[in-house]
Every structure is written in C-alpha cells, then in structure tokens.
Write a protein that binds this ligand. Structure first.
Ligand code: FES
Length: 104
C-alpha cells in the first residue's frame, strides 16, 4: 500500500540544498533543484553519510563524506548506475511537499 505524508514545507528547503526528515524508521532527504523537488533515502549506500548534507549540482547530489554522486531523479550512482539508492515521488500541494512511499 502506498502512503502519502506531508514530509516538509516548500520553504524548508533552500534552492540547491537538501534537508533530512524522519519517516518511520528512516530518514528521507528532500532536495530543491532547478525548480523541482526530489526525495531519496538519506542514508548513503557507501558508508551511511547523510545525503541531505551533500552538494547539489547539475541534477545530482554528492555525498559529503567521499563525494559519491547520485542522480536526483532516479538515485543511481553516477559512476556505476547498477548501484542506486531509493527515490520517492514528491507532489507539491500548495506549500506542502507530499511524499508517496510504499508501505513495506
Ligand atoms: S559515505 Fe557516502 S560516499 Fe562514502
């Protein structure tokens, strides 16, 4: 079943930055880049840094620890797209950012 939750407000996330928000037992990183919002698992699949603290540039986020870069749209590691992290749809409703996430 897919859950819809208000994860943040648009004003919570400056342009070209990310912020992490709790959802159940995980953290979700939400980014605002080129007028669009993106959401992915905040836990870097390399060694677990917070991707929300990374550098957002040209459609990707670079992990703050070792600079692995992940595409914002699909979560693929740019150096090896076979490795990816989870991404989630974000819907903008007024000021609210609505996350759609499968309930596992
Ligand atoms: S922890 Fe993210 S690249 Fe190493």
């Amino acid at each position: 079943m897919t859950k819809r939750i208000t994860i943040a407000k648009k004003s919570d996330i400056p342009e070209n930055e990310g912020r992490a928000f709790p959802f159940e037992d995980r953290m979700i990183a939400v980014f605002f880049h080129n007028g669009e919002y993106f959401a992915m698992d905040d836990f870097c699949p390399h060694q677990g840094a917070s991707l929300a603290a990374g550098w957002v540039h040209e459609g990707s986020v670079a992990c703050p620890w070792h600079a692995w870069r992940f595409a914002l749209k699909d979560g693929c590691w740019l150096d090896n797209p076979k490795i990816k992290t989870d991404v989630f749809p974000i819907i903008v409703e007024g000021e609210d950012l609505i996350l759609e996430i499968d309930d596992e």
